[in-house]
Design a protein around this ligand. Structure first.
Ligand SMILES: [Zn+2]
Length: 312
């Protein structure tokens, strides 16, 4: 094992880069803009230049670096090929790892960003010392990653762990971004929570808040003030989230379930009713599975990417 490893988290607006010891200590991190022009064709060269520049500036020889982990916002096959990278302009199958390796002379491993975040939490975050976990990130959408045996489960089509698109709510007729309807994401994302509030609107307002200002944070604050509409939305949301987690845990039976993303900042106000719902719905051997908040925040991706290189 060499001394150092890089993790790169490729997002729609920036690429986050981290320089770690192979024991998992983050020594340095920075960001570069994601250049989506020309079909995203400059992105890999920009990452390579940034890493080469960092090594040159710090005087660290390349033979002390184990490699680079790269995560991308799209499906990645178990062999590390990017199958879809629509947010960043890439079309068709792309060997991003091969390209970055050719430019830097370093070994490169590649995975989906939500999967990398899950691996990061397992390496140095809330899932430390566990063998298997499910991480669910509640944001604009619902991202998720599954780790079993300390490794990312990518699946036959790069879509393992995509719990956001499990069709759990057949009563929904509206279409999801994926083309189906009734998806978990439609109910348990930030916009899903706001949708629940819409059912309670009166004169263009929810709990006295103009509809256009209703966000999960506004709903949370109104719930804390014990406004009945907000309490009802919160109860319905946490019930649905707990039910979803119970379904996923019945398949995976992970050591731990980690919740990340903006809504997770509600802490126990979220987790406590979610655990209650989870226990009610899960197959009984898994009823005591810990459900805990994520620890690494926006750095989970760089941690997990770096770890992928050590796992290869
Ligand atoms: Zn969907």
């Amino acid at each position: 094992m060499k001394k150092y490893v890089f993790g790169a988290d490729l997002g729609g607006t920036t690429v986050k880069l981290g320089f770690f010891t192979t024991e998992g200590k983050l020594l340095n991190n920075w960001e570069i803009p994601t250049d989506k022009s020309d079909g995203g064709s400059h992105i890999i060269a920009d990452i390579a230049a940034s890493i080469d520049g960092f090594l040159f500036g710090s005087g660290i020889p390349k033979d002390e670096v184990e490699g680079i982990g790269l995560d991308v916002p799209g499906a990645v096959s178990k062999d590390g090929l990017v199958l879809t990278g629509v947010n960043i302009g890439w079309e068709g199958t792309k060997d991003a790892a091969g390209e970055l390796s050719a430019l830097t002379g370093l070994a490169v491993a590649c995975a989906n960003d939500a999967n990398a975040a899950a691996l990061g939490e397992q390496w140095m975050g809330s899932g430390k010392d566990t063998d298997s976990l499910l991480m669910v990130t509640l944001g604009t959408g619902v991202g998720a990653g599954v780790i079993i045996g300390g490794r990312i489960v990518a699946g036959a089509h790069g879509s393992a762990g995509e719990v956001g698109h499990t069709a759990l709510f057949p009563e929904l007729t509206e279409k999801c971004g994926c083309g189906n309807s009734g998806c978990f994401e439609q109910v348990c994302s930030a916009s899903g929570m706001v949708k629940k509030a819409e059912a309670y609107q009166k004169d263009g307002c929810f709990a006295g808040i103009p509809m256009e200002e209703v966000t999960p944070l506004a709903i949370y604050k109104a719930m804390e003030r014990k406004l009945p509409e907000a309490e009802a939305v919160w109860a319905s949301y946490t019930e649905d989230l707990g039910r979803g987690l119970a379904v996923f845990a019945s398949v995976l039976d992970p050591d731990i379930i980690i919740i990340g993303g903006g809504i997770s900042h509600a802490g126990e106000a979220l987790l406590s009713p979610v655990r209650e719902s989870y226990r009610k719905h899960v197959f009984y051997p898994a009823k005591d599975t810990p459900i805990v908040p994520a620890m690494l925040g926006n750095n989970a991706g760089i941690y997990g990417s770096a770890r992928m290189v050590l796992n290869r």
